[in-house]
Ligand binder design. Structure first.
Ligand SMILES: Nc1nc2c(c(=O)[nH]1)N[C@H]1C(S)=C(S)[C@@H](COP(=O)(O)O)O[C@H]1N2
Ligand SMILES: [Mo]
Length: 313
């Protein structure tokens, strides 16, 4: 299946109509029925949920960058539970069962509870969020997510003052996750954010991309997106969110603490011990780009005022 985006779209036009066209094109190429709002690769979304998807709010933060082709976003993946090679997750994550699904939100809050995925899809208006994503390996994409701010979910459980960090625990099923048969990471994959990072409006729970339901390889049915941090902070297929007092361990930090810090803000001035981080290969482009501090999201700089970001990498 070859999916192309029209090359003649001015960056300024890259908002809803562009996404809409790309989605139509995706549907046409996938050879399925072009039903508005219906997801074509899997069909777990009910009619009501699909309607929410059809009603996605336009991007509030227009980004000049051209979106990466949907084919690249859905076939060049890191999801180690389903294999180590970039093309493995698209193949192996088909075994991921995304219904029934629920996310438990617990810990230091007044109203801990479990949220069914159906409720999460209706928790807040779904928005298009076209974000840059920079992987610590030195490549990047521009992804039109569909989702809402994590803060909308956290507000529901009323975090207590003692909650300083948020821990994310992802799905782990040894039988179907054949990548976990090798002891690469300490499964399940976990991640964490400081509370103020978690509450920042850019911090997103994504449930779709390119106007479609999220595919398993991209972390269906719900995954984290923190666009100013390296991609590995974006925990996929989340099942549990814990509000905690102490900085939680994270999968990559536990595996190699000298290489992957808790903060992991995109920072061209802090090299990985084994490679530089000042440039990146944007998937779909031929020449390298300069990597931007905080991945270009300068509005988060105030979260780190007075902090030594070389020490707190
Ligand atoms: N559960 C889980 N989440 C994960 C990963 C993983 O291996 N397992 N890989 C991370 C890394 S390294 C990156 S770059 C992004 C890739 O997201 P994408 O495949 O949707 O582009 O997912 C992150 N989330
Ligand atoms: Mo990554």
């Amino acid at each position: 299946m070859l999916i192309r985006r029209p090359a003649d779209i001015a960056p300024s036009e890259i908002t809803s109509p562009e996404l809409y066209r790309a989605r139509r094109e995706f549907m046409a190429h996938s050879g399925r029925l072009a039903l508005a709002g219906a997801s074509m690769l899997a069909m777990p979304w009910s009619a009501a949920e699909a309607a929410a998807l059809a009603n996605v709010q336009p991007n509030k933060m227009p980004l000049k960058d051209k979106p990466t082709r949907i084919k690249d976003i859905t076939t060049y993946n890191n999801y180690y539970e389903f294999g180590l090679d970039k093309e493995d997750p698209a193949e192996n994550a088909r075994a991921l069962k995304t219904r029934p699904w629920s996310v438990v939100v617990e810990g230091l809050c007044n109203k801990p509870r479990s949220f069914a995925i159906e409720d999460l899809l209706k928790l807040a208006p779904l928005e298009e969020r076209l974000y840059r994503m920079r992987c610590v390996e030195g490549w990047s994409m521009v992804i039109p997510w569909v989702g809402f701010s994590l803060s909308a979910l956290l507000k529901q459980v009323e975090p207590q003052g003692s909650a300083k960090y948020v821990e994310f625990v992802t799905h782990y099923d040894k039988k179907t996750m054949i990548g976990t048969w090798q002891p690469v990471l300490d499964w399940p994959y976990t991640e964490g954010l400081r509370m103020d990072e978690a509450l920042h409006p850019l911090t997103t729970l994504a449930v779709g991309l390119y106007g479609e339901e999220l595919l398993p390889q991209n972390g269906a049915p719900i995954r984290l997106v923190v666009p100013w941090k390296y991609g590995f902070k974006n925990a996929k297929s989340i099942v549990r969110i814990r509000l905690v007092e102490k900085m939680p361990g994270t999968a990559w930090n536990k595996a190699a603490a000298n290489e992957y810090g808790f903060y992991s803000n995109v920072n061209p001035d802090v090299a990985h011990p084994r490679w530089k981080q000042d440039t990146e290969r944007r998937i779909g482009e031929l020449t390298k780009r300069k990597t931007l501090m905080f991945n270009g999201y300068d509005e988060v700089a105030s979260l780190y005022a007075g902090m030594d970001l070389k020490k707190n990498f």
